[in-house]
Design a protein around this ligand. Structure first.
Ligand code: IFM
Length: 480
């Protein structure tokens, strides 16, 4: 585990606690995007097809209005403009993802696509020339379709392919990239193996999703070890993983709902966090117990939840320099379930019946993480809200004001070791199967214009001030 080393390094670099209305010195702030959501150029300069290209081209009806990422925000051609927007926002960091098939069109290292390498070199250099640190997500859901033809993440061999891809990234970009995230929201990745309407659209609920999760965890652990054994000494970066952890609050104060909310959290967050960040490693005991029992009841000779070898438990446990947290809302959970069997929801035996924007949930979840998985720094790698109010996005301003106030209290009062914050998103983009209808950007993008014209929303000016001063203005309202 490298977290204590990281904290010590930050202290050495002058990262100190500050007064309560300001984030500490050294606290990093910025914005994020992901390759398939913004790049476009889906088949240019040697890029291979990814699972989202494939799904939307074969089944436009799985999306919204036929929207897809063929052009998206056209960032492949407009990256310089994106960097100028980031500069105007006063960010310290830009979090973006690398498209695996733009670098390795077959998914394998038989072909290394030089124009893909050139594109990311240009983006990274442009950021650094403008004083912005790159934070790279290696996998934000756009698997090469060629690898899906051999089973995608349900194939255990994918861990080998991911290690080889990661090596190409470290070799080509590691001299300048100091922040690496292996996977974005693995819990969302595996939904594509449980339901039809997320790529790769291979519905095997309660089986395929657990298998895929198992491979993702093994792949993450191996890439973390690879970096620290072969690259860390020379490159001196940090490697983490971004987990989507929404708060899980009981719907009522009945004992059943309180227990269900905890169980839900273990199945959702614990599925990925426990093997990496807990003291003992491996899946949460409650998952092992329930999935094993259900599998037995179904007459299966083996559990649907795969088993790690002792060696795997060991190399996955502690495989992170920081806990990447993506947080948006709070779920309200009850002790009932109406799910098909087998399924993860059925195994959980609890349902999030509604969710809501409650900024107190942000502070709660930060405290929950630090209590459950002590010893790690937290980097908030996504937080944001969709709005439909165009350029005058007062609701987004209000959301950020409240959520950042809670974050500041978690840092300055509760002493939760949060080292940075990334707002989602720099600009409106392709919200997966929801298409261009859901807008998370600080910048608006005109998807009807061939230029994909970007225009700052009111929230851009608001966030630019916070990113510069590291201060959140006094709260004068409440979302909840
Ligand atoms: O747009 C997504 C992103 O790709 C992953 N996290 C949640 C965001 C908003 O839904």
């Amino acid at each position: 585990m490298w977290a204590p080393t990281l904290i010590a390094a930050l202290v050495t670099l002058g990262y100190t606690r500050a007064s309560d209305n300001k984030f500490p010195d050294g606290f990093l702030m910025g914005c994020g995007t992901a390759s398939y959501q913004v790049e476009g150029a889906w088949n240019e300069d040697g890029k291979g097809e990814n699972i989202w290209d494939h799904m939307f081209h074969e089944h436009p009806e799985y999306g919204t209005n036929g929207d897809n990422g063929d052009v998206a925000c056209d960032s492949y051609h407009k990256y310089k403009e994106d960097v100028q927007m980031l500069k105007a926002l006063n960010v310290d960091v830009y979090r973006f993802s690398i498209s695996w098939p733009r670098i390795l069109p077959t998914g394998d290292v038989d072909i290394i696509n030089q124009p893909g390498i050139d594109y990311y070199n240009k983006l990274i250099n442009e950021l650094l020339d403008n004083g912005i640190q790159p934070m790279v997500t290696m996998y934000h859901w756009d698997l090469p379709q060629a690898l899906q033809y051999i089973g995608g993440w349900t194939n255990g061999l994918m861990a080998d392919y991911f290690v080889e891809y990661a090596r190409v990234l470290f070799e080509n970009f590691g001299d300048r990239v100091k922040w690496w995230i292996t996977f974005n929201e693995p819990a969302m990745v595996v939904k594509g193996y449980a339901s039809k309407d997320r790529a790769p659209s291979q519905p095997a609920p309660g089986v395929g999703d657990y298998l895929a999760a198992h491979t993702l965890l093994r792949a993450h652990g191996r890439v973390y070890r690879l970096y620290h054994q072969q690259y860390r000494a020379a490159q001196n970066g940090s490697v983490g993983i971004s987990l989507d952890v929404q708060g899980s609050a009981p719907l009522t104060n009945s004992t059943e709902d309180v227990v269900a909310a905890d169980r839900y959290q273990q199945f959702e967050a614990g599925h990925f966090a426990h093997p990496i960040f807990s003291q003992e490693g491996d899946y949460p005991a409650i998952m092992r117990q329930r999935v094993d029992a259900n599998s037995k009841r179904e007459g299966r000779p083996r559990s649907r939840l795969p088993i790690f070898t002792p060696e795997e438990v060991k190399y996955i446990r502690g495989a992170a320099d920081f806990f990447g947290l993506n947080h948006y809302w709070t779920d309200f959970v009850t002790d009932e379930v109406n799910a098909t069997s087998p399924s993860k929801a059925g195994d959980t035996g609890a349902t999030a019946v509604r969710n809501g924007l409650h900024s107190w949930g942000f502070r709660n979840i930060l405290n929950w993480i630090v209590n459950e998985y002590p010893g790690y720094s937290i980097f908030v790698t996504e937080n944001g809200v969709e709005t439909s109010t165009g350029l005058n996005d007062i609701d987004r301003i209000q959301y950020y004001k409240e959520y950042l106030t809670e974050l500041q209290q978690a840092v300055n009062i509760d002493k939760v070791p949060v080292i940075g914050y990334i707002a989602w998103s720099l600009m409106d983009n392709l919200e997966w199967t929801e298409g261009f209808t859901r807008k998370f950007g600080l910048y608006e993008v005109d998807f009807n214009s061939p230029n994909r014209t970007r225009t700052a929303k009111d929230s851009a000016a608001f966030m630019a001030k916070i990113f510069l001063s590291k201060k959140v203005p006094e709260d004068d309202g409440c979302l909840s």
